[in-house]
Design a protein around this ligand. Sequence first.
Ligand code: DX5
Ligand code: ZN
Length: 213
Amino acid sequence: MKVSPSIISAKLEDLGSEIAKCVEGGATSFHLDVMDGHFVPNLTMGPDLVKAVRRCTDLDLEAHLMLQNPDKYYRKFIDAGASIPLIHLEAPINTGLLLKKITNEGNRFGIVINPETPLEKALPFLEDASLLLIMSVHPGFSGQKFIEDAVDKIREARSYIDRHKLETSIEVDGGITLDTAKICRDAGADIVVSASYIFSGEVTEKVRLLTRL
Ligand code: DX5
Ligand code: ZN
């Protein structure tokens, strides 16, 4: 299983060593939860923190943009060192247009769907997306409980991607523990995001346990 630790729950005063522990445990990318206080009821990081993370690792950095205006800000995150912006289909903008723009600029993108958004909404964009992020909590806070309905969505996405021979990876975000990660893997997920599970204990070991699934 590929593992993308979300640094939202890392000890920020020790960010460099927290990242190094994740890399030692076999993390395959890092997940940066960007929240604007409008699209979700919480505020987190901006491009400067992404720059700091970029100085600590060469792994892919996913910028999970929980923003009302991802079209206005995605470029700042790419310039700061993010490898791939993850765009919510629920953002109140013309997401199709934005995704085309990102591709035309030579960048990869991922698409994100909230628990209440049906997979059908994502299908038109799947072929061009490097990854599909299925939310298994309502975005905004770490430490929430995994919403089981996500499992059917992962299964459906796996079968669609395989049937159409697409290369899109399936990633799951929210409430991931060793148990829920196993369920996601069995349903066909490629990558799990985890914040509170990884950073609430022995970080290297937690990442290693997830990667060994
Ligand atoms: C939720 C974020 C997640 C979250 C994960 O809004 O997108 O990345 O922080 O946290 P855990 O793993 O604690 O559910
Ligand atoms: Zn996230």
